[in-house]
Design a protein around this ligand. Sequence first.
Ligand code: PNS
Length: 159
Amino acid sequence: MRRVVCPGSFDPVTNGHLDVITRAAQLYDEVVVAVGANPAKVTLFTPTERVELIRDATKELDNVRVDHFEGLIVDFCRRNHISAIVKGLRAVSDFDYEMQMAQMNYSQAGVETLFMTTNPLYAFLSSSLVKEFCQYGGDVSGLVPPNVLDQLNARLSQP
Ligand code: PNS
């Protein structure tokens, strides 16, 4: 079975993430979406909430499973018999950090990283920008799935 992982903090999942997950699911037998912690980020949703949001948004994709992990992504890969990580690359600004992580993960654990170019429709999109735009009353309905939109509005709508 060709199984890959799409890791991320997904706070929350956006249409850009879903585009990459859907395309990966067309290429591999199974895609595990793994919600992890990025110590550089303060999150709006708990790991359990993020997992539930992704599960709901991917429920039509039969070969996608959603999980969360703590610690290193390469240890999650080892436990789940996964040999490759799939990451979306939006712009040159993503490249340096992603390249370093990919090389670290390969050199220390033999786990490959495959980069998928982001759909140009979503090249500008990030979870952080979605939250900021929504917080100040912007319309993000075209950028996130409906279940995420509901939760963002519930959490961030101004009184
Ligand atoms: O969506 P993000 O914030 O870019 O996701 C980053 C994440 C959580 C996938 C990444 O930080 C990660 O894999 N963290 C787990 C710890 C780890 O393995 N770090 C890599 C060191 S080379």
